[in-house]
Write a protein that binds this ligand. Sequence first.
Ligand SMILES: [Ca+2]
Ligand SMILES: [Ca+2]
Length: 283
Amino acid sequence: MKMKKVLFVMLFSSVFLLAACSPQAQATEVVSEDAKEPESSEEMVEDEGEQMLDEGGDEMMDEEDDMADSEMTEDEMMDQQITFVIRVENASPEGGLTVLAPGAYELNDRPIAFFTPGEADRGLGLEALAEDGDPSVLVGTIGEMMGDETMSSFAVEAFNTPLGADAPGPAGPGAAYEFTVAAYPGQYLTLATMFVQSNDWFFAPGADGIELFGADGSPISGDLTDQFFLWNAGTELDQTPGEGADQAPRQAGPNTGDDEDGIVSLVEDFTNYQILVTITPQS
Ligand SMILES: [Ca+2]
Ligand SMILES: [Ca+2]
């Protein structure tokens, strides 16, 4: 935890310094350059021996100095942090076909995409989310990919308990999942949740996710539904929605069904679903 805190202070201090005198897009670049630095330093040490160790030490001292110089900017950076409430609601009428499953969300400067439209499933865990409503594999894999770069303003988590329920489970008509994220200007949110009455369909925005702040730095607010689509993961052959024996409510066990060997693509020939996604910044 201590190392993460140090990274947090270093990265956001330098982001703020840059943001104070240059456009937001450049601030995002600096985050990724800084975030890569520890890895490349280690590689250099391994490759080039003891001399590099000395230089690495100097570098660390420089970074500590930077931290001391910029404690105020971290406070100011904290002022820019906004907490958002995200609500993922099953908006279908009672008896409707739409059921949502526990899903996953990711907050990041530049999202690690859960999938790439037009390409085969990336194998990060989307298959279990889309076929069985199990977000845990995807959350674990993305978390590992973030690795030591994970900071308090980056997050990958499951949302799994509908409002008013006391245990994780699906969200039927009228039910909703809610979660909060604390984000800085420049950050993106993505999420995915299974369309339960299918073999491998899920709701998600495009691979780039949703930018949480406008060009002027103000937080977005309101209905995000038009940024969400119903996707086919391409991992299990499709049966008639609500009827297939290999679909989650009826299958014998997880990961049951014929392989599709397909690509992640939009579901275009089925519109009998309703979902409502809203975002509310907290003052
Ligand atoms: Ca499919
Ligand atoms: Ca299945």
